[in-house]
Design a protein around this ligand. Structure first.
Ligand SMILES: Nc1nc2c(ncn2[C@@H]2O[C@H](COP(=O)(O)OP(=O)(O)OP(=O)(O)O)[C@@H](O)[C@H]2O)c(=O)[nH]1
Ligand SMILES: [Mg+2]
Length: 406
């Protein structure tokens, strides 16, 4: 005896509206609810309504959206995974000439043209890898045709990149770097064009029925990386006053604000001395504890520090125990690349104009052995003294590199 007739889901659908709501209820109970993807976390916003959408994947452009004006600013990309494919060669033609007076005039299939290479080339006007597409395919060669017409070879495809671009293979091994104007790198070669059947004609085989297909181009995946090159890099916690300092010593104009992570990209300023020597100083986005584990703005900027010849640690003297900043910064650099923190360096104690800073400076001098340049980037105190020291660091570096090359 059947006590219970289970009502199937399909049957319920055709039932009256009140029952449909019962079905919805049943479905809600049985089917796990799929959460809508949450919005990307905002790393901060300011009074102007700016909203930062910081993306951890360094290959994606960081985008700032101003909610009030609706402006979208694309910032520079310094790392890309790209696939480059050379163009395929054109196929050779299989053709036989037939003339009015000579029906079997012989093979006349032309060769195919070569495929184009994909070439990276330096352009000094560029500063980022924004425009580099994830996949670039070279142009194909034109196929050969009858009457011994050879196909046209394809033109090469050029991708322009800034000076200081480094290429790594899939295993992270450096393949090459483009550091000088005029440098180029053939990343993927185009395939050779195939021979037409006239190429194979010989005394033994006067009517060859073979023609080659064009070869495929090289297909490679590689990492393109931009490393800011500067003589000195400003390294410090957010809000230490790095950007204010760069503004004070050069014509660079990085944004200054009283909130952390104002600087999202490195800025390079040139310090000019009376004898026309120029020293490049890079303002590198603020580091925080565990930056090497991709915290804060992540370790992508530690890469830029690697390409700075000397390091300028900028400490905020207005916060308690400023020496912990120095040890934390050195620790982060060491974790990223052992020995990096020991590059020629100087310690700058900023915000000396604030009353609490003088007390902290004394404590800092007791804690660390290194000479400390107590400055105020905002008020312009002791800047000249520091610039003289920077020049001596630069000269020392030049002397050692000169003696090594001799
Ligand atoms: N009193 C005083 N304030 C300063 C000095 N230098 C910088 N500031 C202030 O400190 C705040 C942060 O300055 P920034 O130059 O943006 O700091 P930053 O190190 O570049 O910060 P991030 O870009 O976030 O890493 C701003 O409000 C500056 O006006 C200084 O010498 N004295
Ligand atoms: Mg800054």
């Amino acid at each position: 005896m059947v006590l219970f007739h289970p009502v199937t889901y399909c049957q319920l659908l055709v039932l009256k509206p009140p029952l449909r709501s019962l079905v919805r209820l049943l479905r809600r109970l049985s089917v796990p609810q799929v959460k809508k993807p949450s919005k990307p976390k905002a790393a901060g916003d300011d009074s102007s309504g700016r909203y930062f959408c910081l993306q951890k994947n360094p290959s994606v452009t960081t985008v700032n959206v101003n909610i009030i004006s609706g402006e979208v600013t694309r910032h520079f990309v310094d790392f890309r995974k790209v696939r480059v494919v050379g163009g395929a060669g054109g196929n050779g033609a299989l053709s036989f000439l037939s003339l009015h007076s000579n029906e079997f005039a012989g093979p006349d299939g032309g060769d195919g043209g070569n495929g184009g290479h994909v070439i990276f080339k330096v352009n000094t006007n560029l500063k980022s890898l924004n425009h580099v597409h994830p996949v670039t395919v070279g142009k194909n060669g034109v196929r050969g045709s009858g009457k011994n017409c050879h196909g046209k070879s394809a033109q090469h495809t050029y991708i322009e990149v800034p000076v200081g671009t480094v290429f790594r293979d899939e295993n992270g091994k450096v393949m090459t770097g483009l550091d000088v104007i005029g440098d180029y790198f053939v990343a993927a070669r185009g395939g050779a064009g195939g021979h037409g059947n006239s190429f194979f004609a010989s005394a033994e085989n006067v009517a060859p029925r073979i023609a080659e297909d064009g070869a495929l181009g090289e297909d490679r995946v590689m990492f393109v990386e931009l490393r800011t090159m500067a003589h000195a890099g400003l390294i410090g916690f957010p809000n230490a006053g790095k950007s204010t300092f760069l503004r004070a010593i050069s014509r660079a104009r990085p944004k200054v604000s009283p909130y952390p992570f104002t600087t999202l990209n490195p800025h390079v300023g040139m310090v000019e001395y009376d004898d026309y020597v120029q020293v490049a100083v890079a303002d590198i986005p603020g580091l925080i504890k565990d930056a090497h584990k991709n915290r804060g703005l992540g370790f992508q900027f530690l890469r830029h520090i690697e390409r700075c010849l000397c390091l300028l640690y900028v400490l905020d003297l207005s916060v308690e125990e400023p020496w912990t900043q120095l040890s934390d910064l050195k620790y982060e650099l060491e974790q990223y690349s052992p020995g990096l923190s020991e590059r020629p360096h100087a310690v700058i104690g900023n915000k000396i104009d604030l009353p609490v800073s003088k007390k902290n400076l004394k404590l800092l001098q007791e804690q660390i052995d290194l000479p400390i340049f107590a400055i105020s980037a905002k008020k312009g105190i002791n800047i000249t003294e520091f610039l003289l020291h920077l020049r001596s660091l630069y000269d020392k570096f030049n002397e050692t590199t000169d003696s090594k090359t001799k």
